[in-house]
Design a protein around this ligand. Structure first.
Ligand SMILES: NC(=O)c1ccc[n+]([C@@H]2O[C@H](COP(=O)([O-])OP(=O)(O)OC[C@H]3O[C@@H](n4cnc5c(N)ncnc54)[C@H](O)[C@@H]3O)[C@@H](O)[C@H]2O)c1
Length: 323
């Protein structure tokens, strides 16, 4: 065994739609085991699971400072996917524990889901289906994507994949991402905008940026008020990017035309979340990355990089941490 100890997998989605990642782990000589409790785990559950582990592969479980400091044998942290807001990167860096992730592995799956949500929201598909099943034959009108202004916030792997898909629908794509070079926008014929302009100009806003807990929500009451009346909101990124209470109020008033959400500030979504009762809302259980292809890619990539670190090699996809 290359690992010299157990690598614990906490995310139930790892290798669940494809056996490939388990075979890859065996081929790499990794002693890989699922956590006794299926994730997402609480910090206390994680502490128990990681008591002897040399590595961990997490999903959205909160790997906080105390947990990282308590895991005395831990030599590598793998993120199954992208979005490391649940991992205390500073604590890992201080202990010299590399964090690896799988950039790009699930981009097309998430971009497909963003399009599915965007289309379902703009054409009221879920409400139309429910209406028909109640025995009605009601007319549901919707928003045309042709010529619609769609604002993409975060223009990385997924944001760009969504922009490519939107171009095929003849939408007018505008994007905000202060960290991407101008060529990235030009290459896809996407107009670059400030966040304020994007919010004011868009018929639909779709989020594809990381969540930084210290920054708080990107879209709240002020942003919804500044947006076009009837704006559609799509979120396949992170729930914390949106103020749920403000969104529910804006849906109720009609200021927001629809919301189609795959990610929530607290998951699973609370039974009393105002989003459950809000009108014109489509909710999916953080499922955007769940395709067989993406599952195999992300699982294989994280296992290979975990193995590299445990062998003492440099990882291919380290998460860089800067204070
Ligand atoms: N729902 C799901 O299952 C699922 C799956 C994968 C990823 N995600 C989320 O989607 C996000 C994007 O994933 P990706 O693969 O495209 O990541 P990525 O790193 O390729 O792209 C993120 C982009 O956001 C930009 N960005 C960072 N801070 C920003 C800010 N304040 N304003 C605007 N742009 C900003 C970055 O410059 C980068 O270009 C992830 O961070 C993750 O939270 C969700």
């Amino acid at each position: 065994m290359v690992s010299g100890g157990v690598v614990v997998v906490t995310t139930p989605s790892f290798g669940s739609f494809s056996d490939e990642p388990w075979e890859t782990a065996a081929g790499e000589g990794i002693d890989l085991r699922r956590s006794r409790v299926p994730g997402p785990l609480s910090p206390t559950q994680l502490r128990d699971e990681l008591a002897d582990a040399v590595g961990v592969i997490v999903g959205v479980d909160r790997l906080d400072r105390a947990t990282i400091e308590a895991a005395s044998n831990l030599r590598v942290i793998g993120k199954h996917g992208v979005g490391v807001d649940n991992i205390d990167l500073a604590a890992a860096a201080e202990r010299g524990i590399p964090v690896v992730w799988t950039p790009g592995a699930n981009s097309s799956a998430v971009a497909d889901m963003a399009m599915a949500l965007l289309l379902a929201g703009s054409r009221q598909l879920v409400a139309a289906d429910a209406s028909l099943r109640r025995g009605e034959w009601e007319v549901f009108s919707g928003m045309a994507l042709e010529g619609a202004s769609v604002g993409v916030v975060g223009f990385g792997n997924i944001g760009q994949a969504v922009a490519r898909r939107l171009a095929g629908f003849d939408a007018d794509v505008v994007a905000y991402d202060p960290f991407q070079p101008g060529e990235a926008f030009a290459a896809l014929g996407t107009r670059r905008a400030t966040l304020a302009h994007l919010i004011e100009q868009s018929d639909i806003i779709t989020l594809h940026l990381p969540f930084t807990p210290e920054d708080g929500p990107l879209l709240g009451a002020a942003e919804f008020a500044a947006a076009r009346r009837g704006v559609g909101i799509v979120n396949t990124a992170r729930g914390g990017l949106i103020d749920d209470i403000a969104l529910a109020a804006a849906l109720t008033s009609g200021q927001v035309g629809f919301a189609a959400l795959d990610a929530f500030a607290a998951e699973p979504l609370a039974a009393d979340s105002p989003l459950r009762a809000a009108p014109r809302t489509i909710l999916t259980p953080h499922a955007a990355a769940f395709t067989e292809l993406a599952n195999a890619r992300a699982g294989n990539a994280v296992v290979r990089d975990v193995a590299r670190v445990l062998r003492g090699e440099a990882p291919l996809d380290p998460v860089t941490f800067s204070r």
